[in-house]
Each structure stands twice: as C-alpha cells, then as structure tokens.
Design a binder for this molecule. Sequence first.
Ligand code: NAP
Length: 319
Amino acid sequence: MERVIVIGSGPAGLTAAVYAARANLRPLVLAGGLYGGQLMLTTDVENYPGFPEGIMGPDLMIRFREQAERFGARIENVDVTAVDFARRPLLVRTDDAEYEAESVVVATGASAIWLEVPGEERLRGRGVSSCATCDGAFFREKHIVVVGGGDSALEEALFLTRFGRRVTLIHRRDRLRASKIMSNRALSHEKIDIIWNTVVQEVLGEDRVTGLRLHNVAGSTYVFEADALFVAIGHTPNTGVFAGQLDLDERGYIDSPDGSLTNVEGVFVAGDVNDHRYRQAVTAAGAGCRAAMDAEKYLEALEFKIENVHDRGPLPALP
Ligand code: NAP
C-alpha cells in the first residue's frame, strides 16, 4: 500500500513529490508515458524564479525530477488508465498494474488544443505541429505560420524566428491576449508579421504543408502559402480518467472549492488540471507544494485516528 501516489509529472506533480518525499512518505509518481508535462514542449523559460538567465523547459523538468528522486520519490513513466476513489484504500490502475494508496495527488495538467480543421490531422508531423522546440529546426529558411494570440503563440513565434526566414502570426481578433512584454517583443521583431481578424479554415498540401485557406472578418477567403503551421491556441485539462470520480467544473477542470481539496477525502489536486486562470510553472509548483502538505496533514490525522482506536485498549475494570 502506498502512502501517497502522485499522478502527473509537470511542475505541480514533481513539486508535490519533492515535498512528500521530504516528509518521508516515499511517494510513487505515475509520471505518464510522456513525463514532464508541458514544459517539455517549451523553449526558454524566463519567468521561473531562480534562473536569471532563463532555462530551457526540458532542462528545468529534468532538475525537478532529479530533486524528487534525491529525496526518495519513485518515478514510473506510465499512464494511469483508471481510478476508483469510491473505495478505501484508493485504487489507481495502469495498463500493467494496480496500486492502492491512502492518498492521491492529481496533477495531470492540460494538453494542447488543435484547430480541428480539414488537413490539420492528416499533415501533423508533415508541417503541422504544436511544439516549436520539437519541430522548429525542420523549417530552416522556410515560411512558418503560428496561430493564436496568447503568450504561447508569441513564444512559439519568437522561437521560430531562429529558423524561419519569415514567421506569420495569424490571430482571430484585432488584439493580442498575450502579456505586454511578449507582445512588444513579437510586434517589433523584424521577421514576424501579423494577420489580424483571420482564421485558418483548411491546411493545404498533399504530403507536406504548402499553404492555408484563410478567412477574414471582411468576408474574404484566400489561399496563403506557407511551409509549416504551429498551433498555439490554448489547452484542455487532462481529466478523462477522473470523470465520475471527482467533481469537474463546466470546462472539465477538477473542482477544488478549498485549496487543494477535492470532493473525495484523501484526494488532492494541483496545477493546470485545476487552474485555468494562472497556468504558470511557478503557480503549478506552488500548488504541488500545497497539495503535498495537505496530503501529509491528512495522513497524520488518519494515523492519529487509528492510533487512538488502538491505544485506547480494553476498558478499565470498574472499582
Ligand atoms: P491562451 O492565453 O488561452 O491563448 C489562446 C489564444 O488562442 C488566444 O489568443 C485565443 O484567441 C486563441 N484561440 C483559441 N481558440 C482558437 C481557435 N479555435 N482558433 C483560433 N484561435 C484560437 O493560451 P496560451 O497562450 O497557451 O497561454 C495559457 C497561459 O499560459 C496564459 O496564462 C499565459 O500567460 C501562460 N503562458 C505564459 C508564458 C510566458 O510567460 N512565457 C508562455 C506560455 C504561456 P482569443 O484571444 O480571441 O481568445
């Protein structure tokens, strides 16, 4: 029986693992087949405190992982396929194993959203991507399009200027959602141009991307030549296995009316799977810390209850 199982291995999950490990709870981290979360698909992280020069996302996550392991966390790169939180101990299943636990921290994060337009799925890996770090280098001296108007889109666009001869950002509105600093950087970059008020209707090309069919608010539809499409339009929470087990909000994020607590006693939540507002590595890490501390308190209270039942012993004899 595990004392704490952490599901997920982004900043939230691995911070929960560091704290739980340092509390001698020997957490088991079910990290997912693609461990490390969204930062594994990011380039420079410049706003994580403690790294004044910035750090690459994957390097940061390797450090998180090493830190958790140093204190005794056991990390397995497997996906959780089912949970049963209606029973005690709590049950967590993967394809090959079944684990019982006194407490669980859910930190499964969120995943990239796609445009869902014709041609997008067919040409994924052939010019369509959601990860500039992974695929940017394939498009040296090419014309690259990025879709989206948030920080992710601008971060991708800026990174892709290292490779592309030209980077076009296509945004559906007439103003960016991204932070001022990122917006200013992108708007003033000589390689980046922006097409406003426009959506992608179709990705064109036989065996690789050759262009996009665009549609703008003025009502015109036209073909725009491009060699690659990077989609950066936000994320959706990874809560599939928790449906029916934990309360979710109307957007599918795990509900936590009070800190890291969920509607199930002993199950705690942290990070982007429960946060559609801040969604930062540092807020996720903070939430992971909070969840582990809550789990620790919960286990202490549980032990106290059990010890009290045992310690009471037989009733004293009546005089
Ligand atoms: P986001 O802030 O939700 O932005 C998504 C963008 O995609 C919006 O501009 C949205 O348009 C657009 N969009 C959504 N659905 C679309 C569709 N179907 N077709 C076309 N466009 C669509 O997501 P994000 O950029 O991934 O950022 C998420 C969070 O992470 C934010 O809090 C952000 O600050 C943070 N983040 C920070 C950094 C950094 O500081 N370095 C880097 C990455 C992310 P509308 O504007 O019209 O809604």
